[in-house]
Ligand binder design. Structure first.
Ligand SMILES: [Zn+2]
Length: 122
């Protein structure tokens, strides 16, 4: 590793000096401890990327997300929407169409959520 690892450490030191706080949560990509910046943003010093911590349910379990993960989600959802669109076009059974439409709405809602997450990260 050598130089790269050293740079990570010096970036972490710089973060701490700037008033950032090291968190118990680690980066989902590189498993380096995350930092909470004075601005309130969570940051990975090794990836040099902003990370979003999503609180899950009442248990207060945290999920750590990075923008790259969300970009992947985006692509998956778009692919599913395209598949559904194709299925709906070729389906004539009313019950089946109803199911597909419900599915379509669920994916569109997911897409909307992903959009909001992206806004939080940018
Ligand atoms: Zn990282």
């Amino acid at each position: 590793m050598g130089q790269g690892r050293k740079d990570d450490v010096s970036r972490m030191v710089d973060l701490l000096r700037s008033g950032a706080v090291m968190l118990a949560e680690t980066c989902p990509v590189c498993h380096t401890p995350l930092f909470k910046l004075k601005s309130g943003d969570v940051y990975c010093a090794a990836c040099e990327k902003k990370v979003l911590i999503v609180k899950e349910g009442e248990a207060g379990e945290f999920k750590v997300l990075q923008l790259s993960t969300i970009m992947d989600l985006d692509r998956t959802i778009f692919a599913k929407l395209a598949e559904l669109n194709d299925m709906i076009r070729h389906e004539s059974d009313v019950d089946r169409l109803y199911e597909l439409a419900r599915c379509l709405i669920a994916w569109l809602e997911a897409l909307d959520r992903v959009k909001k997450l992206k806004e939080d990260l940018s």
